[in-house]
Design a protein around this ligand. Structure first.
Ligand code: NDP
Ligand code: OXD
Length: 306
């Protein structure tokens, strides 16, 4: 019996070796080089080519190699099987570290000094007064991020689909309360999953409800944001800056106006990258669970989309 690693365009030797150590009696194979597709019982996938799971007739479960499952669920031929995803304290820590760095970058006005440097301008400025942070999505990552910033001295509000009670965080729920959740925010961080409900959710209406000169950070998925509305909000000064780690199309096209925009900071989807060494044990555990027919760790609600 075997596990197929279906993660195109990524070097998989390390993951293969570590999984092999954890499961010495199981064949760990890198798709598309499969010894016998009928032997594959478990697939570890990320951005799989649509249709590629269909030939695996004895597949029992699908393990997403990341936290967000949108690219897996987008496959119209996805078999009707349990899907799980990565939930990992190391991933959460990485996300907090990235966001802490970005918020401090803006607080210290490093974006402004970077533009001044390009023009040889020497003009001291005090730090920006960033007091209130809003976090959209209060799940594994958003909840931890909200708590982190509260612990760092910020006022924090958060927004989710269902009502939450997080100590010291002002929580809002449902589309009707999105505007309230962000109304007082100096910084808005998007940590929503991409689903049919969140696609293009953050458009003109959303950007017009923000405080003037707010800062927007997207570390979730590019397609949650209407890029034209974001650019328009930057142009009219409704937003002071945007930090974007994720894009509708990745890699971001060289023709995108975002690259050259002076108020946009771009990072290439690096805010929290799956750490092979810390996730191997949960993948191996899920393989054993799938074989025994027990519930997977970190299951995904395929109908809800996250
Ligand atoms: P979770 O599934 O744990 O949390 C998702 C949160 O979003 C929940 O609080 C959920 O509400 C809320 N939510 C979902 N749909 C809606 C909606 N329609 N309206 C309001 N709130 C909604 O996800 P994670 O925290 O683990 O991850 C979030 C996303 O971050 C991932 O889906 C992925 O796309 C992205 N990500 C990006 C990375 C990067 O490197 N850039 C790395 C890792 C993740 P409720 O609690 O009520 O269900
Ligand atoms: C993830 C990601 O969802 O890397 O894990 O974006």
């Amino acid at each position: 019996m075997s596990i197929a690693l279906i993660i195109p365009d990524r070097k998989l030797d390390d993951l293969q070796q570590r999984l092999q150590q954890a499961l010495p009696d199981t064949r760990i194979e890198i798709w598309p080089e499969l010894h016998d597709p009928a032997e594959v019982e478990f697939a570890v996938v990320w951005k799989q080519p649509h249709g590629c799971l269909n030939g695996l007739i004895n597949l029992k479960a699908i393990q997403c190699f990341g936290a967000g499952v949108d690219s897996i669920l987008a496959d119209p031929t996805l078999p009707n099987l349990p899907v799980s995803r990565i939930v990992d304290p190391a991933l959460t820590e990485a996300m907090i570290g990235y966001l802490d760095g970005v918020v401090n970058y803006y607080r210290l006005q490093l974006d402004v000094f970077s533009r001044q440097q390009q023009q040889s301008v020497w003009r001291p400025k005090s730090p920006r007064k960033l007091n209130h942070i809003a976090v959209l999505g209060l799940g594994e990552l958003g909840g931890a991020v909200a708590n982190h910033f509260y612990g760092s001295g910020y006022q924090v509000s958060g927004w989710a689909r269902s009502g939450k009670s997080l100590k010291n965080i002002q929580c809002f729920a449902g589309e009707g309360q999105l505007a309230q959740a962000v109304a007082a925010a100096d910084v808005v961080i998007c940590l929503l999953p991409l689903t049919p409900t969140t696609e293009n959710l953050l458009g003109e209406n959303f950007f017009s409800t923000l405080k003037p000169a707010a800062i927007f950070i997207n570390v979730a998925r590019g397609a949650i944001v209407d890029e034209q509305a974001l650019l328009a909000a930057l142009e009219r000064g409704a937003l002071a800056a945007a930090c974007l780690d994720v894009f509708r199309q990745e890699p971001l096209s060289s023709a995108s106006p975002l690259w050259q925009h002076p108020a946009v900071l771009i990072t290439p989807h690096v805010s929290a990258v799956t750490n092979v060494s810390t996730v191997v044990s949960q993948i191996a555990d899920n393989y054993r669970r799938a074989q025994q027919g027990s519930a997977l760790l970190n299951p995904v609600d395929v109908v809800r989309g996250y």
